[in-house]
Design a protein around this ligand. Structure first.
Ligand SMILES: Nc1ncnc2c1ncn2[C@@H]1O[C@H](COP(=O)(O)OP(=O)(O)OP(=O)(O)O)[C@@H](O)[C@H]1O
Length: 301
């Protein structure tokens, strides 16, 4: 049985007379403890797909299920992490996480909650900053606080929606390593959306491209057959990394080219309409009068 499953799912927005089908005929089956990356271009429908997996969006047709049960709205068993950190600005790192822990684990004592919160703060290496407010943190630290909050809910599946795309390359690598460490130690199921081929190959077991929208669907998957833990320092020389990177990049470029050629073939022929001449007969002399006219040379008497 699949842990998470989408069957023939389509999602459309707008009234029937002006409907846009964003996702069409999506089939996805994620196994428990698997790390799946979905890669796609901006605007393809990646966030819509993530909202479906989180239970924030209902499919227009088809079914979404987790552990064999139909998905009914969002729940703490699915930990969602976005590109924007969504921390409450007036609360410290500790209190931002506490807010979530209070909600999901009301039965825990105060000290049990504090232990749990501190455990995840340490895990994401923010042990020096539990009392800091979001505006006192760097982007990477905010994203780590957001990761700690997501993890503190003990979700069965982590849904990561381009969580690192706003970060600089070094911070991004650091948090990638932390996510991988957590995934390797805790062995949770992860679905991550990214637009970065290197990131997908470094982290995932399988990479599934999302085609260009409207009517985006999942293309054939690429299996990442590389031993773990993967060493980012030697990755660029790994033949499997090089092969996958080149094949996936080529596939995505072909998707882009195909989408562009579809768009240009959709040009609607327009009637040959010429604009009417609205100029006033008096306009030219009036304009002329604004400029000082050069005085005419006096003719010799
Ligand atoms: N609630 C909505 N109502 C109408 N259209 C929507 C809605 N949500 C998304 N869309 C449209 O669906 C398409 C896909 O949006 P989505 O945010 O899923 O793309 P994306 O791949 O995540 O983009 P990006 O990478 O730029 O965030 C867009 O054209 C968007 O305008």
């Amino acid at each position: 049985m699949s842990f998470l499953e989408l069957k023939n799912v389509s999602v459309g927005f707008g009234p029937p007379s002006n409907r846009t089908e964003v996702l069409r005929d999506i089939n996805l089956s994620v196994k428990e403890k698997e790390f799946v990356a979905i890669i796609g271009f901006s605007g393809a429908g990646k966030s819509t797909l993530m909202s479906l997996l989180a239970g924030l969006q209902d499919p227009s047709s088809g079914s979404v299920s987790m552990k064999g049960q139909p998905m009914n709205g969002p729940g703490p068993d699915r930990g969602l992490m976005f590109q924007n950190y969504s921390l409450l600005p007036w609360l410290s790192v500790f209190d931002n996480i506490k807010l979530a822990v209070d909600r999901v684990f009301p039965q825990l004592s105060k000290s049990e909650k504090a232990e749990k919160i501190n455990h995840y703060i340490e895990m994401v290496k923010l042990g020096h900053a539990p009392d800091k407010k979001p505006h006192e943190l760097s982007g990477g630290m905010r994203q780590r606080a957001s990761l700690a909050r997501t993890l503190s809910l003990d979700p069965e599946i982590l849904l990561l929606d381009e969580p690192l795309s706003a970060l600089d390359a070094l911070t991004r690598s650091e948090i990638q390593d932390q996510i991988l460490n957590i995934w390797e130690t805790d062995k949770r199921t992860v679905v991550m959306i990214t637009n970065d081929v290197d990131e997908a190959v470094l982290m995932a077991d399988r990479i599934i491209p999302l085609t260009m929208g409207p009517g985006a669907t999942l293309a054939d998957e690429f299996i990442v057959n590389m031993e773990r833990p993967r060493d980012r320092h030697t990755l660029n020389d790994h033949p499997e990394f090089m092969r996958l990177k080149s094949e996936i990049t080529q596939f995505m470029m072909d998707l882009n080219k195909e989408a562009k050629s579809l768009k240009t073939s959709e040009i609607i022929p327009m009637p040959d309409v010429r604009p009417k001449d609205f100029s006033l007969p008096s306009a030219t002399p009036r304009l002329k009068n604004r400029r000082p006219q050069p005085s005419k040379p006096k003719s010799a008497a």
